[in-house]
Ligand binder design. Structure first.
Ligand SMILES: Nc1ncnc2c1ncn2[C@@H]1O[C@H](COP(=O)(O)OS(=O)(=O)O)[C@@H](OP(=O)(O)O)[C@H]1O
Ligand SMILES: Nc1ncnc2c1ncn2[C@@H]1O[C@H](COP(=O)(O)OP(=O)(O)O)[C@@H](O)[C@H]1O
Length: 530
């Protein structure tokens, strides 16, 4: 399933819209050669592309008459959704299309599962074909329904079937394609090397060795779910193109193409994608790509390029603040890599203590703050539970909703601190795993590192301490929903460190946190004694 599905707004079909006239009569031809994809379609004549649809099981699009679901009401998608559905249909990919709350989600389906389409209240049965139209109501894909599940009103209603392309969308330039800095270009008659990450020297050597003809264009994939930000990839590919041009004695262009990552389907989408991008559709066109561990399921290291070990070594060296071994990447690419993988001690960090009231969160957090300040390499912001409750979250109760809001606010502020390279130390109870996960997400999205410390002092010890007399009140029923007594605490399973202050002294707890921070490279190891 997709980790980062593409989303776009879907307009519910309106009975007042003019009916589209899908062209479903043309035969579906056989799948093109691997890597060569479909023949170019350069006219607007309504002719289906030379792509096959999946032919495993069920009916193919070839023999299915196009009938319109819901008495002619097609499914209308926005531009972004249309581009993706079009590529999926042209690639013969099995996919899951779901429509939830007016938003399209496109996900590859389980192998062999055909296409799943979740629709709130369409009346669909097996044997029909659902037409997908773009914002101009041009039909461009059809879903041959083989199964319809769920009751009519059920919002999780699912129909299964197979997508096939119709002739509506012409293969003009692909939106979001930028060739040599200008939007709206085409990639006619060129070799194309596709990547969504920066190229190391071994990649460059592999490209040089694999090429048997020119001209060459380095095509960078950017967009949601892709590992390399657009500007970083653009600068990195420009540098590599300049090197390659010198090495090959030929012109090497750079193109960028916006396409959200489709996990497990990126490589399969390439032929259709290159066709839409206008690249040469002969054997001279090639996409040198395979899926790799660092590509987040997207197009990864080039065939013959560096092994994942090489890439791991580069990232590891950068994150330790060390130099990249000479000859691994060009200086310009190293500069971009440094931006992408800053040394950990220069990255923002959030230390989130979680645990029951009285477990020792604030006391240990204060000790860590003092140790960090003494160490001196990081600026520290403290988001102490009590101060947050009086300042940031005054007026909030201890209902689940308010606790979540409180912890989310702490997470938001902490993530902003991390975004600018600082360290935030937070000590709320944060009793719910899902909210802690949200904090982790916010921090990581801001480029920071989250260190979760579970102060797992047993309830009996916390209750015996009862510094504020709150446990006694909670037991008497004077405080409702008290964590550990009458409200839940979900112990983390993803903590970096677990402490128990009933068995570990304060100094030991603080040292354990500081040792972890050093181990993680977030704090530099003390300089050796002279
Ligand atoms: N019902 C209830 N449950 C738990 N705790 C309660 C409650 N009412 C008041 N208090 C006091 O509020 C402190 C916890 O606030 P937090 O902001 O850390 O809680 S939460 O993360 O929003 O759940 C907590 O302080 P600490 O002892 O510092 O944890 C309590 O003293
Ligand atoms: N090893 C320890 N680490 C932290 N606190 C400890 C330890 N041993 C005893 N304590 C006491 O436990 C209490 C913890 O209170 P506090 O830090 O406010 O907890 P919390 O913030 O989790 O509510 C303090 O009175 C502290 O002195």
């Amino acid at each position: 399933m997709l980790s980062t599905p593409a989303e776009g707004v879907c307009t519910p079909p309106s009975p007042r819209l003019p009916r589209p006239q899908p062209n479903g009569a043309s035969p579906v031809r056989r799948r093109g050669e691997e890597g060569a994809g479909c023949s170019p379609r350069r006219t607007s004549a309504p002719e289906p592309p030379d792509c096959a649809v999946a032919e495993k099981g069920g009916r193919t699009g070839q023999d299915a008459p196009v009938q319109r679901a819901r008495d002619g009401q097609p499914l209308r998608v926005d531009d972004a959704g249309a581009e993706l559905v079009d590529l999926l249909a042209r690639s013969g990919l099995e996919a899951s299309l779901s429509w939830t709350g007016g938003v399209w989600r496109v996900e590859p389906a389980e192998p062999g599962a055909g296409v799943r389409l979740d629709l709130a209240d369409a009346e669909l049965t097996g044997g029909e074909e659902l037409v997908v139209v773009d914002p101009e109501l041009v039909p461009f894909a059809a879903l041959a329904i083989t199964r319809a599940d769920g009751s009519r009103q059920a919002s999780d209603r699912t129909v299964s079937g197979r997508l096939r392309p119709l002739a509506g969308r012409t293969a003009a330039t692909y939106p979001g394609l930028e060739v040599d800095g200008s939007p709206g270009g085409r990639l006619t008659g060129v070799h194309v090397v596709v990547t969504d990450r920066l190229l190391l020297e071994a990649d460059v050597a592999a490209v040089g060795a694999a090429l048997d003809a020119l001209p060459l264009v380095l095509l960078g994939l950017v967009g949601e779910g892709r590992p390399t930000p657009r500007e970083v990839l653009a600068r990195g590919l420009d540098a590599v193109a300049a090197d390659l041009a010198t090495q090959l004695g030929a012109e090497v262009g750079v193109a960028l193409l916006s396409l959200p990552a489709v996990e497990g389907a990126d490589v399969a989408l390439l032929p259709a994608l290159l066709e839409r991008a206008g690249a040469a559709r002969t054997s001279r066109a090639r996409a040198l790509a395979r899926t790799g561990p660092h590509s987040q399921g997207a197009v990864g290291p080039l065939d013959g390029g560096p092994t994942s070990a090489t890439w791991d070594e580069v990232v590891d060296a950068l994150e330790r603040g060390a130099d990249v071994p000479a000859g691994t990447a060009s200086p310009a690419v190293v500069r971009e890599l440094r931006r992408l993988h800053p040394a950990r001690h220069a990255r923002g960090a959030v230390i989130l203590f979680t645990g029951l009231s009285g477990s020792g969160k604030s006391t240990v957090a204060s000790g860590v703050v003092a140790a960090l300040r003494a160490e001196g390499s990081r600026t520290v912001t403290v988001l102490d539970g009590d101060r947050v409750r009086t300042m940031l979250s005054s007026g909030l109760t201890f209902s689940r909703e308010d606790r979540d809001l409180n912890v989310r606010r702490i997470g938001y502020v902490a993530a902003e601190v991390a975004r600018h390279g600082g360290t935030a130390v937070c000590a709320p109870i944060a009793p719910y795993a899902s909210t802690r996960a949200e904090v982790r997400r916010m921090v990581e999205e801001a480029g920071g590192v989250l260190v979760l410390v579970h102060v797992a002092t047993p309830l009996e010890v916390c209750e015996a301490r009862d510094r504020k007399g709150l446990y006694a009140k909670a037991r008497r029923g004077e405080i409702p929903a008290f964590t550990g007594v009458s409200d839940p605490y979900e112990a983390p399973t993803d903590a970096s460190l677990v402490l128990d202050t009933s068995r570990q002294g304060l100094e030991e707890c603080v040292s354990a946190v500081m040792a972890l921070l050093r181990e993680e490279g977030l704090v530099l190891a003390p300089a050796p004694a002279p």
